[in-house]
Structure formats: structure tokens, C-alpha cells
Design a binder for this molecule. Sequence first.
Ligand code: FMN
Length: 194
Amino acid sequence: MIDLNGTEKNILNDVIDMLGRASVDKKFAMRNMVLSTCGKSGVPESRMVVLRKLILQKDDRFALAVYTDKRSSKVDDIKDNSFVSLCFWDPGRSIQIRLKCSATVIEAGDFYLEHLQKISGRAQESYTTKHKPGSPLGASGVELFDFDEQNFFCLILLNPFEVDLLKLGSEHVRFIWKLDQNTSSNWKGGRVIP
Ligand SMILES: Cc1cc2nc3c(=O)[nH]c(=O)nc-3n(C[C@H](O)[C@H](O)[C@H](O)COP(=O)(O)O)c2cc1C
């Protein structure tokens, strides 16, 4: 799937293709990823999230989308500090992909509505609890099966500006690409010491 004998540009395209496959294939290991944020406290926080969409943009740029509850800590963190990191691991292929991204929270608009419509049945329960994620059960009025009329669904859009690929093997292979600071369009990078 990733041809490490290809050119640097082709290898990066293979990485992007792999993320595209992860966004549509529920069995694909890289569908689950670690999202790390660092909000006001300065203490980084990591958690698993599901990759829901890969968006190909012009000039080889791309973005990833994640679903969450707009009241969750990760959203607070992103509103304080838009820089986040993603980490994917495919144990079958021994491939790690790390992305440094700037993130935005999407709470309205066509893209938001398109994805909101996809959430039906029990999946809606993730975004309609009366109390926000992390609220302590047992505190006055906080019940597990207490749902709100309101939907707290939102999307997190992740715009990568650095891609780090590591393939473990008898000889480990690592590449890093960065978006050109001036144009924000061309990826520049190559093989590095693992
Ligand atoms: C495999 C896996 C996938 C998950 N996917 C999501 C997800 O797509 N969105 C989400 O908000 N939480 C997801 N979670 C739960 C988060 O890891 C986390 O516990 C929750 O969102 C609260 O995080 P926060 O308080 O740091 O914002 C997932 C957890 C696991 C174990």
C-alpha cells in the first residue's frame, strides 16, 4: 500500500491514500487515531477518536474530520490552542503516521449539516446527553440515561502541516514532510534518520 521505493511525492500520496481508506473502511486499523490537544492548563491530553472523512484540497493539501460533542474537553482545548497532533498505528503493516495539524471546530454550515444527517439511532446518544462528557455521575441531577432535545454534535477539522511516516522493519524507514511556510501549499521533505 505504501511503496517505499517510490519518489518522496508518491510516498506522501500513498500515505494520504491510506488515510482515505481508513476514513471509509471500518475494519482498517488506522480508522482509530490518537488526538492530542494542549489547552490552557498546558498539560497535553490524548484520546482515541475515529477518522470520519478525508478531504482532498488543492495544491496537495488535505484535511481530516472527526465527530465529537461540542462540550467535550478536546473542543475547549482546541478553542484555546488550535495546534494538535494525531498519531495512527497499523500493527499489521508496522506503520506509524504522525500529523501536526491546526484544528477548527465546525458547529454550523453545509458541511456540518451533511454530517449531522448521517448520525441516526443510538449513535445520536453520543451527542445528546443532558450533561456534558466527563460530568460526575452521582452529582445532583446527573443521570446516565438522561438525554436532551438539543444535539451537541460538532466536527473537528484537522489541517495537517507536517507528516511523519515511520515503517518498522529490519531496517526502519522514516520520512518527514512539511508544508512550505511561505506558500502553505507545497509539501517539502524526505527520508530522515528514524
Ligand atoms: C476506539 C475509540 C474511538 C473513539 N472515538 C471517538 C470519537 O470519534 N469522538 C469522540 O468524541 N470520542 C471518541 N472516543 C472517546 C474519546 O476517546 C474520549 O474518551 C471522549 O471523547 C472524551 O474526551 P475528552 O474529554 O478528552 O474531550 C473514542 C474512544 C475509543 C476508545
